[in-house]
Write a protein that binds this ligand. Sequence first.
Ligand code: GDP
Ligand code: IMO
Ligand code: MG
Length: 427
Amino acid sequence: MPALVLLGAQWGDEGKGKATDLLGGSVDYVVRYQGGNNAGHTVVVGDQKYALHLLPSGILTPECTPVIGNGVVVDPSVLLSELSGLNERGVDTSKLLISGNAHIITPYNVTVDKVTERFLGKRKIGTTGRGIGPTYADKINRVGIRVQDLYDESILTQKVEAALDVKNQILTKLYNRRAIAVEQVVEELLAYADKLAPYVADTVLVLNQALDDDKVVLFEGGQGTLLDIDHGTYPFVTSSNPTAGGACTGAGVGPTKISRVIGILKAYTTRVGAGPFPTELFDEDGEALRRIGGERGVTTGRDRRCGWFDAVIARYATRVNGLTDFFLTKLDVLTGWEQIPVCVAYEIDGRRVEELPYSQTDFHHAKPVYEMLPGWSEDISKAKSFSDLPKNAQAYVKALEDMSGAPISAIGVGPGRDETIEINSFI
Ligand code: GDP
Ligand code: IMO
Ligand code: MG
């Protein structure tokens, strides 16, 4: 069994942390391949709840080696506090590996993120303010700072100088902010070098050797398909590739090594931040989904926007990721509705459209076409097999599977590890 990818099929927060943690017991490596601490992955083990931002969810499984790949952007202060927070709770984090090629989120990237959003005003993206976009921008502009740069003071200083050259002009002349001193940034970054040193590794080599040795490697996506910089609802997206191809570039593993791509799919839809969302609800039902589903951001504490399930988006996720399976989460949240609307197509300027339109203007005009499915009132949180589910819940799952284009191989009926119905085994 070679490599598997597990990723968000909607706009993030689908339950990737729980799903990764669940599979963690059967895999040797769990790898983050993109994004940074904009992610907030919740894992519930027994009565303990963990919120992970930068660390792969495999960190909670002792047998598993957690890896931060080259495609991730790393804020060293966040990483070190996440590690010490876990250590204080008795989690051993000593196996962690961090790619020397991963880019560093510097303090000025965080400043630029916040200032840019303020400057955009009404047109803002609603970013997490963690410096993600500006750090990827520096990477693409070839003025980024990498983890390995912390180990060569002269190179680090030259690179910080190059990065701040233009940024200080923008900060002072355009945004009316104070210039950032090169020495101060270099000093702060050098202070992290020794603390990170035990973890820094050639992760591309490690992962490829592991695959050659038939070890099981799981790639854990951050964010989701519709937040992808290429395939998402641009410009209301994050600045990396959460889609399956991102696992190859973000970890240095060839596509021939990946045998399975699992899309994590919420039984309804949520979104944080700005941007189009055809099935969004502004009524009692939206409030109820938010309340019952606990839909509040793990990273920023913002309320998540809530809406009904959108099969057009699920089909799109199947296509752009080559999904082999879905893991349907939070089915329990839908208990109690008499009828559950599911969006099967869009109406755009009077036309019925079955697939996600590539045009941003069309997508902004898309109105959901709903099919009503009968609901159920029985508590499903103790269900262990598909046949334990009430008939209408079974029919809801089957309908979603038919509309979405890939088999639903697991169903979440609660936040805990064991609150899962496994239909087809993943490994
Ligand atoms: P991620 O970013 O994709 O890892 O998802 P988040 O952790 O941000 O949000 C998912 C939330 O749903 C978390 O609070 C999970 O504990 C919770 N969760 C995951 N799966 C289920 C499920 O099947 N049922 C319920 N009720 N909660 C779930
Ligand atoms: P997980 O991994 C949901 C959203 C932000 C904003 C947009 C860009 O927990 O699913 P960024 O800070 O990345 O530049 O913000 O992306 N966003 C997320 N939404 N879940 C996430 O992560 C997200 N990470 C970023 O709200 O709309
Ligand atoms: Mg999240």
